[in-house]
Design a protein around this ligand. Structure first.
Ligand SMILES: [Zn+2]
Length: 371
């Protein structure tokens, strides 16, 4: 099922992990009642079919019918000679929003693993899933189905999770990776498109398995001491929330050859600059200050060598990045609007057009149609 037209049904099923089973039962009840009515002139469903029931009934063909109360197999229709069954083809329109196609893909493209294009304009072939649970990690927000990535990313995350307890961190709560076939997301991120980005919560994994519902509802903790967009704001991490263990975890995450960059809030970058008293400050150059990112840190891997057509970013500038660039980030300048809207004036909202399929590398079409 990768037809955007059918998306509503599929995603509503996915988004209701707990309602899904009762819906399925309703569907089965409906099917069962239809089967027992198969001999009647007009089968009347006894239960109101819901979206899932519709899907099941479409496929349902009774193989048994009742003739005078006796079950008799239904004669199958003859198949014309040379007939080859075809699966409906996915029709791709260049100008349609790419996120509609990629958001509707429930499973990975069964191709050789390859990150195609750039972090914010690309897709993923041969995606692998990070298992929902590991000894030292748990995937959050399962209903989003975004625990997919290039196998190199999955390996990296499992390695990081394994090392987490060694730095005093119980385990990882893992946020969004990518959609099964990557591509632009239906909501949330501009990047995370080629299976090399992962969000890791700045909240430690608890000592028990969270339920499916908790994984939808539990919130991450912000490390900020207060809002950043006020004149003269205190732009530091909150010392009651931020600990050296957070810093050691991020240092471990960055000190891996596979990592190109890690995005954190500028307040966190400052805390890391202060934390590192050792000689080796090279890992700090990968820590990039960015908007948001105070509930989680965002790991970005370099293109795996076998991924033809995967575009790396330029490497971060040399040095630890703790100097003037950071001073700018922590000043009022990037945060406090220069011309705030006058009282009673509506703030201007610039609506961006969603990225069309045509904007993505050509090979992303094969990623969508591969079955
Ligand atoms: Zn992210």
């Amino acid at each position: 099922m990768r037809n955007p037209a059918a998306r509503t049904t599929a995603s509503s099923v996915r988004k209701r992990p707990f309602a899904g089973s009762s819906g399925l039962i309703a569907a089965l009840v409906t099917v069962a009642s239809m089967a027992s009515n198969a001999g009647a002139a007009t089968p009347v469903p006894t239960a109101k079919p819901d979206a899932i029931a519709d899907l099941v009934i479409e496929e349902f063909r009774p193989s048994i019918q009742l003739v005078a109360g006796v079950p008799v197999p239904v004669k199958k229709r003859d198949v014309p000679e040379g007939y080859v069954a075809t699966t409906p083809k996915l029709v791709l329109y260049s100008q349609s929003p790419a996120k509609d196609y990629f958001g509707a893909a429930n499973g990975p493209a069964p191709l050789k693993a390859r990150s195609i294009g750039s972090y914010a304009k690309g897709c993923l072939a041969g995606g692998a899933a990070l298992p929902q649970d590991g000894p030292t990690w748990q995937v959050m927000r399962l209903s989003r189905n975004r625990n997919w990535g290039h196998p190199v990313l999955i390996d990296y995350l499992e390695d990081l999770a394994k090392d987490a307890p060694k730095v005093g961190w119980n385990g990882l709560l893992v946020g969004d990776l990518a959609q099964p076939r990557g591509g632009p997301m239906t909501s949330g991120h501009a990047s995370h498109q080629i299976g090399l980005d992962a969000d890791i919560w700045l909240t430690e994994m608890p000592g028990r398995r969270l339920s499916g519902q908790e994984r939808e509802e539990v919130s991450a903790t912000s490390m900020l001491i207060g809002p950043l967009d006020v004149k003269g704001a205190d732009r530091r991490v909150d010392p009651r929330k931020w600990t050296d263990v957070h810093a050691r975890l991020i240092r471990r995450a960055a000190s891996d050859k596979r990592v190109a960059r890690i995005f954190v809030n500028p307040t966190i970058k400052k805390a890391l600059c202060d934390f590192e008293t050792g000689r080796d400050r090279a890992w700090l150059s990968k820590i990039r200050p960015w908007w948001g990112h105070h509930y989680h840190f965002h790991v970005r891997l370099s293109c795996p060598s076998a991924s033809v057509g995967c575009k790396n970013q330029n490497p971060p500038p040399p040095g630890d990045g703790c100097g003037s660039n950071l001073t700018y980030w922590l000043s009022d300048e990037p945060w406090v609007p220069k011309n705030p809207p006058k009282p009673g004036e509506k703030p201007k909202v610039v609506k961006k057009r969603p990225m069309a399929l045509a904007a993505l590398p050509r090979d992303c079409r094969s990623v969508l149609t591969a079955n």
